[in-house]
Design a protein around this ligand. Structure first.
Ligand code: WT7
Length: 634
């Protein structure tokens, strides 16, 4: 299969973009015609951003797994769909062909059904990066259950919050997960989470690390034993309406607990496929290696649904870039002759810090395209990536998008449209970005910065936040009338290229992980000695942003170091290690306005080390507190 909708020149891109905006129905129907539908659509698109209500391919019926698996059996049955590289390079890797994937997913769909899971049920998946995670996700999609994958680094409390929010009665997990030198006891974490989730009826456990676990009678079953009971290798794919939800994925916002972003079947499928094929310029039989975890949207869209719907070979890696040494990514690229590498700036920066030693004796000659995602890439990292990984011979795609957008929104197309260091450059066809000022007025000129919005719906627009549609409206569609607000700031250069400058709300991006400051504050405040706290980000060489917490502590008598450790441990327990503050400063007060609002602007400046120029402090209730905080900065 080649891709008739793959854009092959700058002119073709310009034409495609213009058509996608002027005549979106024609544009997307031509693309959607290349998929397998059980019933055709009646109406390509129907949307408004007020409430919001967004529908794509209305009237159509489909199952995404028929597009990701069944349709490739004719001519790709023996091509690997997934290449799996284990955490330990001395263990056996696995090649899962499209024929194998068909069998595994169909069998496991039977297991789900035997365990009482039906279309529309929410299924929480908490597993390490092993092929069975892909199988679990796809088997849910096969039977029409809504998967909610939770990243293996989240705590029991975070899992419980998500299970409760989605009222998920089913969990799929492993005994444990290998991550570098660590063995993470996933099933134990699930057991802790389920103490507060008595509505969970069934836990299916895949045995992987052979860590001892306790199985609860009547609730917990072994994956392997359940599969042994299945004789039928076919499972009829559930007939899904275009707008039926496909999955929920929780992500942090500026307020409250993480929200469940909902994506639906048809639009998400078409858009992830379209962007995969065009951004990376994927060619049949190439090996595509996305280093993300399937617990994040990048893994959903560009390890699973995008590549598989395009009949690609997707490489899935269980481990981390620095185990057993900092040459691991490069070894994997050489071992499998990877053609396309898609990773995060934080990974590039952390590997840069090891110098060129780990690159010695690595060939990397198979690479054709390299990409980044998740956070702004600084020019130094961009040039290092270009020179030492791409050998100045591979286009770099800098892809800007979000959990809520489902797929890449702004990016150059590899080798087709121009790249510019640290710029995501131009919008994908179907995407209409604009910049607005604080008041919501569009800024039409170039060479300007503003808040990044999107004017019209694209196929994988967020549909709702699970169980709370109003939250979806207020978060994304209420800041500016009739616009989707991204939460990011951006600069647009003289050529109309976009450079994402980072979040303009109270959301941090720590090593490419999205973390709400309010969430971290709530976790810190759970510590018995804490009276109040304020969390801000500060520039961090490797992580992009670090977490800086100012904490008012009750009865501070020496032992500061111990208190700080204890507060950090509380955050790890409540949210997970990714949210652990890098710096904790114990203070006696926080700068507040007369109306009691914490002046984060000042705290941010102090955390950044900009002690001199704190701006206007005249509205402060008590300015002495600022001096104290400045003097105590760590
Ligand atoms: C936020 C979304 C999209 C998958 C991974 C993150 C930041 C993402 C870029 C980029 C600059 C980027 C934005 C965005 N971001 N890609 N290429 N350049 N910033 O998904 O967890 O939903 O986070 O990541 O700030 O809003 P996410």
């Amino acid at each position: 299969m080649s891709y008739p909708y793959q854009i092959k020149s700058l002119e073709a891109y310009q034409e495609a973009w213009k058509k996608s905006i002027d005549a979106p129905a024609d544009f997307w129907s031509e693309i959607a015609n290349h998929f397998v539908w059980k019933k055709p659509w009646q109406n390509i698109l129907d949307w408004e951003f007020k409430t919001p209500a967004i529908k794509w391919f209305e009237g159509a019926q489909l199952n995404i797994t028929e597009n990701c698996i069944d349709r490739h059996l004719k001519d790709k049955a023996n091509q690997p769909a997934i290449i799996w590289e284990p955490n330990n390079p001395n263990d056996a890797h696995r090649l899962i062909t499209y024929a194998d994937l068909y069998e595994l997913v169909n069998q496991f769909a039977h297991v789900l059904q035997n365990n009482g899971i039906k279309k529309g049920d929410r299924v929480c998946i908490y597993m390490g990066m092993i092929p069975e995670l892909a199988v679990a996700v796809l088997a849910c999609a096969r039977i029409g259950a809504i998967h909610s994958v939770i990243f293996g680094g989240f705590s029991a409390q975070s899992i419980a919050d998500r299970l409760q929010d989605a009222q998920a009665e089913f969990v799929i997990t492993c005994d444990g997960a290998f991550r570098g030198p660590k063995d993470i006891p996933l099933k134990n974490v699930i057991d802790d989470a389920l103490v507060t989730c008595p509505f969970v009826k069934r836990v299916i456990v895949y045995m992987h690390t052979k860590t001892p676990v306790s199985m609860l009678k009547g609730r917990d079953v072994w994956w392997q034993e359940e599969v042994e009971k299945i004789e039928d290798k076919h499972f009829p794919a559930a007939c899904m309406e275009a707008e039926d939800p496909l999955f929920i994925l929780y992500t942090s916002g500026s307020t409250g607990k993480p929200k469940g972003v909902v994506h639906s079947c048809a639009g998400y499928m078409v858009y992830t496929n379209y962007t995969f094929v065009n951004v990376f310029q994927y060619q049949p039989e190439e090996i595509f290696f996305c280093t993300a975890d399937i617990g994040w949207i990048t893994g959903h869209s560009y390890i699973l649904y995008g590549p598989l719907s395009a009949g690609a070979t997707s490489l899935m890696f269980e481990g981390i870039p620095t185990f057993p040494d900092a040459g691991r990514f490069w070894d994997i690229i050489d071992k499998y002759k990877v053609n396309i590498l898609y990773t995060a700036p934080t990974a590039i920066r952390s590997l840069m810090a090891f110098g060129l030693g780990p690159l010695q004796n690595k060939d990397l000659g198979s690479l054709r395209v390299i990409g980044t995602v998740g956070e702004p890439i600084n020019e130094e990292a961009w040039h290092w990536y270009d020179e030492h990984i791409g050998k100045k011979n591979c286009p770099i795609v800098d892809t800007w998008w979000q959990t809520e957008t489902g797929g890449v929104m702004i990016s150059n197309l590899a080798g087709i449209t121009p790249a510019k260091p640290s710029f995501a450059t131009l919008p994908m066809p179907g995407v209409e970005p604009l910049l607005v000022d604080e008041k919501g007025n569009e800024i039409k000129e170039n060479n300007v910065t503003g808040n990044l919005c999107i004017r019209s719906a694209w196929p994988s627009t967020i549909r709702t936040t699970y169980g709370d549609h109003e939250r979806c409206r207020t978060n994304y569609f209420a800041t500016y009338d009739n616009l989707y607000f991204t939460g990011d700031g951006a600069y647009r250069d003289e050529n109309g290229f976009y450079r994402i400058t980072g979040r303009v709300d109270d959301v941090l991006n720590v090593s490419g992980h999205r973390i709400g400051t309010a969430e971290v504050e709530n976790a810190i405040n759970m510590h018995a000695g804490v009276i109040e706290s304020a969390v801000v980000g500060y520039p961090h060489d490797v992580k992009g942003q670090g977490i800086y917490a100012y904490v008012i502590y009750n009865g501070l008598h020496g032992e500061e170091e111990l208190i700080r450790k204890d507060i950090a441990a509380t955050v790890t327990r409540v949210i997970g290690p990714i949210a652990k503050p890098d710096k904790i400063q114990l203070v006696s007060g926080l700068p507040k306005t007369r109306s009691g609002k914490i002046m984060r602007r000042i705290l941010r400046k102090i955390a950044e080390g900009e002690l001199e120029n704190l701006g206007d402090t005249s509205t402060l209730l008590d300015s002495a507190v600022v001096d104290e905080i400045k003097n105590g900065k760590i």
